[in-house]
Design a protein around this ligand. Structure first.
Ligand code: ZN
Length: 257
């Protein structure tokens, strides 16, 4: 075993002990974020996701996006709350992630590209309506709009933007029989002049990829999200989700552990 790999194993083992002893939770409660966090995933193997989820469950209350928005609206305390979101709606969510979601019984929201259901995006298969409806039936998965065609919002005219926002909402509502209240901007791109279009199209809240936590009083049309990928080990996730990475001068340092 290479030397650095052994050192890494020791770090992770020690970290795991602190986590199980709730030491990490206590440090986060005192020094970490004061608001709720929203995690953004795309496509991650089920095994990696479960390892991350076990850590998240020990450290956060996992709540649906509706509860987050309601909590922010009524100015409740959001510390220690965590929302799980998946963008694009890949078939792998249905086959690999949902079994983990079901096993751990946690809520999750998937943002769908309404004009590409059952098609491909990024050369990967997207879920079809049968799969989406099957997930909705379980009560654990809710859906939001991720636009009609996944465009760069900054490149659209106002009329095109309005169409992406309202047509995707209508198409999803028609098929799902539920009100679609949340929008996640493709590529996380948005600008201040889009916010008015989000609310005009009828969205109660919109999610970005600006990293940080969400506290009452912030704009519900630009909720912050933390990007998580499969390579993120619990040590790395702990620092990014707790906000403790703000105290490190060299964020690259965390990647080494
Ligand atoms: Zn996307």
């Amino acid at each position: 075993m290479p030397k650095n790999s052994l050192a890494r194993k020791i770090v992770h083992h020690f970290f795991g002990l602190l986590d199980r002893a709730f030491v990490l939770r206590a440090i986060r409660m005192v020094f970490g974020y004061r608001g709720a966090i929203v995690l953004m995933y795309h496509d991650i193997p089920g095994k990696e996701f479960e390892q991350q989820l076990e850590f998240l469950k020990r450290n956060f209350d996992i709540i649906p996006v509706e509860e987050l928005v309601k909590g922010l609206e009524v100015r409740g305390s959001m510390q220690g709350k965590c929302v799980l979101t998946f963008d694009d709606g890949y078939k792998s969510f249905h086959s690999d992630i949902f079994p983990v979601i079901k096993k751990h019984s946690v809520p999750v929201t998937v943002f769908l590209i309404a004009g590409a259901i059952g098609k491909k995006f990024n050369e990967k298969n997207l879920m079809n309506w049968t799969e989406i409806l099957e997930l909705q039936e379980t009560g654990l998965v809710s859906f939001g709009s991720h636009s009609l065609s996944h465009p760069h919002l900054n490149k659209l005219s106002r009329a095109q933007l309005d169409r992406e926002l309202s047509e995707s909402k209508k198409a999803l509502e028609k098929k799902l029989g539920k009100k679609i209240e949340f929008f996640a901007a493709p590529y996380g791109e948005y600008s201040a002049n889009h916010l008015n279009a989000f609310s005009k199209a009828g969205y109660r809240a919109a999610l970005t990829v600006v990293e940080g936590d969400n506290i009452a009083g912030g704009n519900l049309l630009e909720l912050k999200r933390i990007t998580v990928e499969k390579l993120h080990k619990p040590t790395h996730i702990y620092f990014t989700t707790s906000g403790l990475n703000r105290f490190f001068q060299k964020p690259g340092l965390l990647k080494k552990i």
